[in-house]
Design a protein around this ligand. Structure first.
Ligand code: ADA
Length: 567
């Protein structure tokens, strides 16, 4: 339901999308008063997935809020999957604490065995209060802290043996004509007796493997299936969305994953996809809309991707957090490239010296990479954005992130992070691709955009000197602000014409530079900024969108469309 393909033909799965009750906990007394047992009677209705800031008169930024609804099951046991809850939450079912999760953009689940068939009540306490020390994101970020249950909650009805996880890995032959598929299946026995079954594995409509298995009571066991070699494969590529469904079945359960065969490499200064050099024509996109917050519906996500394709892009950076699974499915299915990262944004000295922050980041990376391992659209895992990468703590933390990511995904993605400390960064050698965020000619108005070439020469010389001259280099953020509708005779700051001239000048300059492998303009659409960020945000928005927050194009949109479509 939440995916673009059918994940289950045997397992019964449904979402709890629809109307829930919600109530704020301004005094933070809900726990003490056991709202998970006695939900306040004066609660209001809210549609889930949804953010409370999109309810009438509820533009509260950071808060604690409780949610409740009833649901019904036809099995004694269920696995509940929470797509994303912004930002920290506790889950209670029938008054019992079932799960705690930190982090607003990754999925988590809770196995509930023997809760019994029939009616149940779920209550969730959702906390969206951030700090400037140990939360990810921090309070001060350049987007809005929408809070709520922002993606679907799924109920998976399970019995006996169930498929907890499937990981489909592959190796390609040197000529990229065949693939050897290696599948790992985790089967869990939720009963109190030892059970046997048969695993079958199909790719597309063809069944390849049938394996007898035994799983002891209350045990989860990983089965590595025999490798399968497929010849004459269809490679996934830019606008070539060749996908394969891999289905694992037991007698009572099944799970389909969708994969695409492709090879991404950094070779010298080039980025190669399936052996061919590519240039990333990209935009940064926040998954956000004034009327939906982060809980964007499929129709609007598709609309965004359609607009971005029309712009001539082949790549999107999911700035600054894991996007909905539906977005990634859709990118897989149209053949566009994606950069995914965690909301580790702008941390400086104090937070970077705080161990809890790094622990949280590590867990988020683990959850992100595990959730999205199968998507061919993802070519980069982004470690973080504009943290103080001049600090030793940033280097140590980045190394831990890299080790974690590589332990799950050693070969299918390149690693990068967006730096703002181009000349003084001490982490650039750690990653495959160097990504630079820079706003010459925008911030610090006295410095004209014509100073870009000088900066590029200096930075490239610096990279060479550091022995990093042979890594691909991309411009991961640049752009000017333009207020929608503000068109002037002179290209003055904040006018659409200033923005159009600026974005066009910089994009052309970077695209004509043989040392640059990609451009991600900041940004696709205007977004509501944090009310706490005091850095010149007219309308409380970051106005650097090529389209405004309602997706109406600005002059810059048409300029960039011309440039991107002509290369
Ligand atoms: C940074 C940051 C973005 C945005 C941008 C800007 O590079 O990564 O999230 O805040 O600056 O508009 O200034």
């Amino acid at each position: 339901m939440v995916r673009l393909f059918n994940r289950h033909r045997i397992r019964n799965m449904y979402t709890l999308d629809g109307v829930w009750k919600y109530v704020f906990d301004k005094e933070n007394t809900g726990l003490e008063q056991k709202w998970y047992e006695n939900f306040p009677a004066d609660a209001n209705d809210i549609c889930i997935p949804g953010c409370w800031q999109n309810e009438m008169d509820q533009i509260y930024c950071e808060d604690v809020c409780w949610f409740m609804r009833e649901f019904e099951t036809r099995t004694d046991s269920i696995n509940m999957v929470f797509g994303a809850v912004q930002n920290e939450c506790d889950v209670y079912v029938d008054g019992k604490h079932m799960a705690y999760h930190y982090g607003g953009f990754t999925e988590f689940s809770s196995l509930m065995t023997n809760i019994g068939k029939g009616k149940h009540t779920i209550v969730m306490r959702v906390k969206n209060t951030n700090t400037d020390l140990d939360t990810i994101p921090l309070t001060h970020v350049d987007w809005f802290h929408f809070g709520g249950i922002i993606r679907s909650v799924e109920v998976h009805e399970i019995e006996g043996l169930w498929i907890k996880d499937v990981k489909v890995d592959y190796d390609l032959s040197d000529d990229l004509k065949s693939a050897t598929v290696n599948t790992f299946v985790t089967v869990e026995n939720i009963t109190f007796e030892d059970l046997s079954d048969n695993i079958t594995l199909s790719i597309g409509d063809e069944e390849y493997i049938s394996l007898s298995i035994d799983v002891k009571k209350q045990e989860a066991k990983v089965f590595e299936l025999d490798k399968i070699t497929l010849n004459d494969i269809r490679l996934w590529g830019i606008f070539k969305p060749e996908l394969y469904d891999v289905t694992v079945r037991l007698s009572n359960d099944d799970l389909t994953e969708r994969i695409g065969f492709r090879k991404i490499e950094a070779k010298g200064k080039d980025i190669l996809l399936n052996g061919e050099k590519i240039f990333l024509k990209g935009v940064n996109r926040h998954e956000e809309h004034p009327d939906w917050g982060h809980a964007m519906p499929q129709k609007l996500i598709k609309r965004d991707i359609d607009i971005i394709r029309d712009l001539g892009c082949n790549a999107i950076r999911g700035s600054h957090y894991p996007n909905s699974k539906w977005t990634l499915d859709y990118l897989d299915s149209v053949g566009m490239l994606f950069w995914e990262e965690i909301p580790m944004w702008g941390m400086r000295e104090e937070p970077l010296k705080t161990p809890l922050l790094w622990e949280r980041g590590l867990k988020m990376h683990e959850e992100m990479v595990k959730r999205d391992f199968h998507h061919p659209c993802i070519i980069f895992w982004g470690l973080h954005n504009e943290i103080d990468t001049r600090m030793e703590e940033a280097r140590e933390g980045s190394i831990r992130y890299i080790e974690m990511i590589k332990s799950i995904d050693p070969k299918h993605r390149l690693l990068t992070f967006a730096t703002m400390f181009d000349m003084t960064d001490i982490c650039l050698d750690l990653v495959d691709v160097i990504s630079c965020n820079k706003y010459i000619g925008w911030y610090g108005y006295k410095q004209p955009k014509e100073e870009w070439p000088e900066f590029l020469n200096k930075f490239k010389a610096h990279l060479k000197e550091q022995g990093l001259g042979d890594k691909p280099f991309i411009m991961s953020e640049y752009g000017a602000g333009g207020i929608y509708g503000e068109v002037r005779m002179e290209a003055v700051k904040w006018s659409e014409n200033f923005q159009a001239e600026y974005d066009a000048y910089a994009t052309k300059l970077f695209m004509d530079d043989p040392d640059i492998s990609g451009t991600y303009i900041w940004q696709y659409c205007d977004i509501r900024s944090s009310q706490k960020l005091e850095m010149g945000r007219p309308r409380s928005h970051n106005n650097k969108g090529l389209v405004n927050e309602y997706r109406c194009p600005k002059l810059a949109y048409f300029k960039i469309k011309e440039i991107y479509n002509n290369k």
